[in-house]
Design a protein around this ligand. Structure first.
Ligand SMILES: [Zn+2]
Length: 414
């Protein structure tokens, strides 16, 4: 790739076998290279969506005006009971198409039928860390363990772009026995684990009432807080919890749009988390509770809500906000890679530098406050061009297949 703009300088990038071999002003095309002319296009790392339920794109716009528990009990859970692997596959393909189009190269997913999710991610060409959710509020602990063990064994054969993870739903939907088992399995198998934490104030009050401690301390006592732990939400974390999470090296993923849609009444206290040294990423949550997967749009919301909550317009500089969306402030989310360097995975975006949103002004500021994912022209993951010129190949068929699945489930809208 030649002519891309990196920090105001024209650079070339040579990729081979999914890896960046060389990047810099002196990298030029050589005989035999397949060459992309990126003249004038800003080059930035792909974004990482730190918390999704990808296949829930099928439920987009379905019962979205109901309060949380009625939405789950009357709408989502009855339909989820009917989901088959093909539904999850096409719902995830739809999610992947939207994420590729808006600049996300990697995501962290928690959803049923994780093998179908993995197949969709592989076919879409993205990267993902995938875990089937664990619940045992119904008392069926052994069944949940058997199902997840089988899923993890099956995912172990996935290509290198796909990682398996443990995904206990939350401290309130999973028993103490099962949570301990999850911690042991994650350590034994060397896998990450992802869990919802402190999304609502009620959850914290219930945890204190049931266990005599707040959720982060509870998870820590059961062996679930560590360097391979991703905590989604973290809205109601107090100072001691933030310090504990930082000490254990766990990552917190903020989901500000889902928090507002579900009206949880707050946001991750980012300035305090940063002060404590917590690794922080950004997520959309599922399309059922957002409903968009455009991480750049959510990045603006993240920055605005933090400024508003702090009553301080200087609380998060644009460059820092952008780093949160690319995973630069949460190494676990990107597998520890330092993007856009020689030896790093060939994952990057080319942006429409001549678009109205990016044509004038500072790039980081424009990306956070002016742009949406529509400014992405080219998405490259593992050296494969998943989008060029703003068009994802096969998108019309993906949308048609996903629509068909919604009609099969009885929730389709004409
Ligand atoms: Zn979630």
């Amino acid at each position: 790739m030649i002519g891309a703009l990196r920090d105001g300088e024209s650079v070339g990038v040579r990729c081979f076998d999914g890896t960046i071999e060389a990047i810099g002003a002196d990298v030029a095309a050589e005989a035999g290279d397949e060459t992309i002319d990126a003249a004038g296009m800003p080059l930035v790392p792909t974004l990482v969506n730190g918390h999704t339920h990808a296949a829930m794109t099928l439920f987009r716009g379905y019962g979205g005006d109901l309060p949380l528990m009625r939405w789950l009990e009357e709408k989502i859970w009855p339909v989820e009971a009917k989901l088959d692997a093909e539904d999850v596959y096409w719902g995830t393909r739809l999610a992947c198409a939207e994420m590729i189009r808006t600049g996300t190269g990697r995501f962290w997913d928690m959803y049923w039928q994780p093998e179908a999710t993995a197949r969709a991610v592989e076919d879409a060409g993205m990267r993902a860390t995938i875990g089937g959710p664990l619940f045992d509020a119904d008392g069926r602990t052994a069944e949940a363990q058997a199902r997840v063990s089988a899923e993890l064994d099956a995912l172990a054969g996935s290509p290198g772009e796909i990682d398996a993870a443990l995904a206990p739903h939350s401290s309130y939907a999973v028993s103490e026995e099962l949570l301990r088992w999850v911690g042991e399995q994650a350590a034994k198998r060397g896998l990450a684990l992802q869990i919802h934490l402190s999304e609502t104030e009620q959850e914290v009050a219930d945890c204190v009432a049931a266990h005599g401690e707040r959720p982060a301390a509870y998870l820590d006592r059961l062996g679930l807080l560590g360097e391979r732990t991703v905590l989604a939400h973290g809205v109601w974390l107090d100072q001691a919890e933030l310090e504990l999470i930082a000490e254990r090296g766990a990552t917190v993923v903020a989901n500000p749009v889902a928090n507002m849609k579900l009206a949880v009444g707050g946001f991750l206290p980012y300035p305090a988390a940063r002060q404590a040294g917590v690794a922080v990423g950004l997520g959309t949550d599922g399309a059922g509770s957002n409903d968009s997967l455009d991480l750049l749009s959510d990045l603006k919301t993240f920055a605005l809500t933090q400024r508003h909550a702090a009553g301080d317009a200087t609380v998060i500089p644009a460059g820092e906000a952008l780093e949160i969306a690319t995973g630069a402030r949460a190494p676990l989310l990107v597998g520890g890679a330092k993007p856009l360097t020689a030896g790093a995975p060939a994952d990057f975006l080319l942006l429409r530098g001549d678009s109205p949103e990016l044509g004038v002004g500072d790039l980081a500021s424009d990306l956070v406050y002016a742009a949406s994912g529509a400014v992405v022209d080219t998405t490259v993951v593992a050296g494969r061009m998943l989008m060029r010129g703003g068009e994802v190949e096969g998108i019309a068929d993906i949308v048609a297949q996903a629509r068909e699945r919604t009609f099969r489930l009885g929730i389709g809208s004409t």
